[in-house]
Design a protein around this ligand. Structure first.
Ligand code: H2B
Length: 95
C-alpha cells in the first residue's frame, strides 16, 4: 500500500507539479483542463486512461464538451500519495 503524503515530503512532492489545487474538505488534488473541442478532450482522456490503467491508479474525473475536471487521491491510503503526484505528472505531460 502507498502511504498518504504528509509534512515536508508532501510539500516537496506537491511543489514538483504545477496548477494542482487542494480539494476543499478532503485530502485530494484537482486541476481543470480545457481543450479546443470535445475531440481533443476525449483524446486526452484516452491517453490518461491508458496510462492510469497501466499504473493501476485511476483518476476521478468529469467531462463537459471541451472541459475535463480531474481529482486525484489514493483511496487505499485515504489521501494524496506519491502515486497521485506521479499520475499528475503524466496528465500534465499528455495535456
Ligand atoms: C485493486 C486495485 O489495485 C486498487 O483498487 C487500485 C485501483 N486504482 C486506484 N486508484 C486510485 N486513485 N486510488 C486507489 O486506491 C486505487 N486502487
Amino acid at each position: 500500500m502507498t502511504a498518504k503524503l504528509a509534512g515536508k515530503a508532501r510539500s516537496q512532492a506537491l511543489a514538483t507539479i504545477k496548477g494542482w489545487k487542494k480539494v476543499r474538505g478532503r485530502d485530494a488534488i484537482q486541476k481543470s483542463f480545457r481543450f479546443a473541442d470535445f475531440n481533443e478532450a476525449w483524446g486526452f482522456m484516452t491517453r490518461v486512461a491508458m496510462a492510469a490503467e497501466k499504473a493501476d491508479h485511476h483518476p476521478e474525473w468529469s467531462n463537459v464538451y471541451n472541459k475535463v475536471e480531474i481529482v486525484l487521491s489514493t483511496h487505499d491510503a485515504g489521501g494524496v500519495s506519491l502515486k497521485d503526484v506521479a499520475l499528475a505528472r503524466v496528465i500534465d505531460a499528455v495535456a
